[in-house]
Write a protein that binds this ligand. Structure first.
Ligand code: ARG
Length: 626
């Protein structure tokens, strides 16, 4: 058997290759190969080739005829025999049981669970988490952080060179607000006790007043305009329609708006001073930053998220003037209405790289970042794991980068939707504030504790605390990763910690239960792997489980190429369900004979290892006992 299955470890790739070679006349071979999928239902075989119908339509012949032509030509040995023509023109592939058994036998010995080393590895920069510092991290930061972390793990697992880059927002207008707040409202003793808390308070104070002023301006701007034009009767009529809850006088409102405008201007000046190198502003920035970083690091440590580099926006500041000059020298950027812009085909607005007041912006920084990344690492792929609301920005950015000459990397905006509360509006606290990330993690662990106390009473106190941390954080991460990342989803504690269903908790318990079989039977899984017993797929549930175990490599590769962590969670859910059906139907420790017992233990061990590796790629830990 040795060597017989190697080279075919990714079953889907093997089949696609074979069907590409056997594509019928008139078909685009790539599209025909892409229409090969794992089939959702056993009665349609293990895999299906679904491309015949489209070709038949084009050629104007019966689809079953095309299917028969392909079936007669395609060579699927040694994995499978001739595919079966089914329904309106599907081709159903059923893997040979003997091939599956041999392949699984190899899998038992293989620490990489069938993942082959790549012939050509790529360099991938992943830009993720990237919060704006000096404001506490909130629930909205989960998505970029866990999706980016998962993709980094998946690409590394495949053998690529991954550079995890936290592109911190450490140079933005929030610092102007904090600097102004610090100068006028700081509480030194509060700062000494909790620097980040005090900075956050100052930020909220200043940004809150500015936002309130803007809201008032929106409601009453028209009124002030009418007054200024001397149209007092119309102004009077408008004022009469103010909300009954309004207690302020017109004069008070006018003053508040003006103060807020002045405050916004003052904060902008503080930001400008920081950027221009004002010694006091720079000194304060250097004083605040280490505190902000420490607070972030504490959260990352708890989440098990790490970065290779954390080059924030401030790092690129010294390069911005040169970026704009270079763009102008190449004729890409041009002056327009006092600003410097790059005109884009088909876009609503040009990309501004220098504002009228001379300031550089987010886009300029992102361009400098691309140049730095290309010159430093020469990446083949750069992933930006950022909220979908920034998609216009990234579309423009990628286009300008290519025109600027940075054509080698492929750029992908890995966009995601919003986390919603049960009211289907963006997730907020009862009081209407954003939900702090740290308190959210604490709550997850506290809720997990209740689950663990109820289901694992045999564990001692310290163990239950440790398991609760793993279960709580796992639940939050999994609930996020199992979504189609582009959709919004509702944050639901009960659903995410359910013991059955598509949750981390279900998978973690499945893992621990398998491990307990080995303890109970006194079987050492390490020895089992070395002995590598023959795998026997006699029962249909054994075959179904074996099939899923064989699908690990294709799942990991698809998760990476489609940038979709939910492909991995879906797979793990199917695997855990297949295992549970197998375990209900097939006695393991009490199997009818020694050979079957060894085979079933090998299937158990492979399942546990696959669940553990899969959860690990999601950034989720397992416990040996739960
Ligand atoms: N700090 C930005 C924000 O919070 C995200 C940065 C994403 N990365 C990037 N290279 N633009 O919106």
């Amino acid at each position: 058997m040795e060597g017989k299955t190697s080279g075919f470890m990714n079953v889907l790739n093997f089949l696609r290759h074979a069907f590409r070679a056997a594509a019928p006349e008139g078909a685009d071979p790539e599209a025909f190969a892409a229409a090969v999928r794992a089939s959702g239902e056993p009665r349609f075989g293990d895999y299906q080739a679904n491309g015949c119908m489209a070709v038949a339509r084009q050629r104007g012949v019966p689809p079953r005829e095309v299917a028969a032509e392909v079936a007669g030509r395609v060579v699927l040995e040694p994995l499978a025999g001739t595919p079966e023509v089914a329904g309106p023109g599907f081709l159903n592939v059923r893997l040979h049981r003997s091939w599956m058994e041999a392949a699984l036998g190899e899998r038992v010995r293989d620490p990489r669970l069938g993942l082959e080393s790549l012939e050509r590895t790529q360099t991938v920069v992943i830009d993720y988490s990237s919060p704006n510092v000096a404001k506490p991290m909130h629930v909205g930061h989960i998505r970029s952080t866990v999706i980016g972390d998962c993709l980094a793990r998946v690409y590394s697992e495949l053998g690529h060179r991954v550079i995890r880059d936290n592109h911190l927002g450490d140079w933005g207008s929030q610092f102007g607000m904090i600097l102004w707040g610090w100068k006028h409202y700081r509480d030194e003793s509060a700062y000494a006790a909790d620097p980040v808390g005090e900075l956050a308070r100052l930020y909220r104070l200043v940004s809150g007043r500015i936002a309130e002023g803007e809201a008032l301006e929106k409601s009453y701007g028209k009124l002030f305009e009418l007054e200024a034009q001397g149209r007092s009767a119309e102004a009077e009529a408008l004022w009469a329609r103010r909300p009954p809850t309004e207690t302020r006088s017109r004069e008070e409102i006018r003053q508040q708006v003006e103060q807020a405008r002045a405050l916004a201007e003052a904060a902008r000046e503080e930001t400008a001073k920081l950027h221009a190198g004002d010694p006091e502003a720079r000194r304060l920035w250097h004083e605040f930053m280490p505190h902000c970083r420490r607070a972030l690091d504490a959260i990352y440590a708890r989440l098990g998220v790490r970065f290779d580099v954390e080059l924030g926006e401030s790092f690129y500041d010294p390069m911005l003037a040169d970026v704009v000059e270079d763009l102008m020298a190449r004729g890409l950027a041009v002056p327009s209405e006092g600003a410097i812009v790059v005109f884009l085909e088909g876009a609503k607005a040009p990309m501004i790289v220098r504002k009228r007041d001379g300031a550089f912006n987010y886009a300029t920084t992102d361009l400098a970042t691309i140049r730095y990344r290309v010159e430093t690492w020469n990446p083949d792929l750069i992933l930006y794991v950022v909220d979908h609301r920034q998609s216009d920005h990234f579309k423009a950015l990628f286009e300008v980068a290519r025109r600027w000459g940075y054509t080698h990397p492929r750029y992908e905006h890995v966009a995601f939707g919003t986390i919603l509360g049960s009211d289907r509006r963006p997730f907020k606290t009862r009081a209407g504030d954003t939900v702090g990330l740290e308190s959210l993690l604490d709550e997850a662990v506290a809720r997990a504790r209740a689950v663990v106390d109820a289901n694992s009473p045999e564990l001692d106190e310290a163990e239950r605390a440790r398991v609760s941390e793993i279960v709580g954080l796992g639940a939050i991460k999994y609930a996020d990763l199992c979504q189609n990342r582009l959709s919004d989803y509702v944050f639901d504690w009960d659903k995410m910690m359910a013991l059955t269903g598509n949750t981390a908790t279900y998978m973690q318990y499945a893992y621990a239960r398998i491990r307990s079989i080995f303890r109970k039977g006194g079987v050492d899984p390490e020895r089992l792997r070395v002995q590598s017993p023959a795998v026997v797929l006699g029962h249909e549930t054994e075959r179904a489980l074996g099939l899923l175990l064989l699908r690990w490599p294709e799942t990991i590769e698809q998760t990476a190429s489609e940038l979709k962590p939910n492909l991995l969670t879906d797979y793990l859910f199917d695997l855990a369900n297949a295992y549970s059906a197998f375990y209900d139907a097939c006695p393991v420790l009490k199997a009818e004979d020694e050979a079957i017992r060894a085979s079933r233990l090998a299937l158990c061990d492979l399942t546990a290892r696959t669940l553990q590796r899969g959860l690990d790629l999601l950034g989720i830990e397992v416990a040996e006992r739960m």
